[in-house]
Design a protein around this ligand. Structure first.
Ligand code: IDP
Ligand code: MG
Length: 188
């Protein structure tokens, strides 16, 4: 509570924004939110088919409206080394070459979302890997029809999320910011 109040004071009164002070403010925020488990992060990506089909806004909106906080966002043509590290556990699957080709076929929107239980909730929001099994109301259940073009990625565990965020984002690309709706999203 005290840490969050100090952090908010810092933000609202726009205290001098030297790099050291910014890190201190981010640290205060992380300490206060971390104590409540609110700063869990996950990697979500709109895959090339989702970008081509102009689903980026719809997918971002679902995470925003759910109450999660965007802390990283970029449009990238995925480099081969990142894709092979990202999908290393699928390297022996027969569909792996087609998967890498698909993921290289155009830009991807990579994002980091933050909030309570964000890893588990994101997977629920995204739905089953095969859109035919994804429930209506999920992203894949509403917007996709085939497993080879399932529009979106979300990390499947907290540990994997940490690895995937480190793979796709440099630390300096993540932005720690105070969301003015935090008090309406959580009991903090
Ligand atoms: P996930 O994306 O739901 O976590 P994973 O099993 O990790 O599913 O597979 C990663 C991605 O590989 C899937 O999202 C999908 O794009 C692709 N994929 C998985 N299984 C198949 C398949 O049987 N055929 C074609 N592509 C597949
Ligand atoms: Mg997976």
């Amino acid at each position: 509570m005290l840490l969050r109040a100090l952090s908010r004071l810092w933000t609202e009164h726009r205290l001098p924004a030297s790099p050291g002070l910014r890190w201190a403010a981010a640290g205060l925020r992380l300490l206060s939110s971390g104590a409540k488990g609110l700063c869990e992060q996950t990697l979500v990506a709109v895959k090339p088919d989702g970008v081509q089909r102009r689903l980026v806004g719809e997918i971002i909106q679902r995470f925003e409206r759910r109450g999660f906080q965007l802390v990283g966002l970029k449009l990238v043509q995925a480099p081969q080394d990142i894709l092979s590290a990202h999908y290393h556990d699928l390297a022996e699957k027969p569909f792996y070459p087609a998967l890498i080709e698909y993921m290289s076929s155009g830009p991807i929107v990579a994002m980091v979302w933050e909030g309570h239980d964000v890893v588990k909730v994101s997977r629920t929001m995204v739905g089953a890997t095969s859109p035919g099994e994804a429930l209506p109301g999920t992203i894949r259940g509403d917007l996709c029809v085939h497993i080879s073009r399932n529009a979106v990625h979300a990390s499947d565990s907290v540990e994997v999320a940490k690895k995937e965020i480190g793979l796709w984002f440099r630390h300096s690309e993540l932005v720690q910011w105070e969301c003015c709706a935090a008090g309406s999203t959580y009991n903090i």
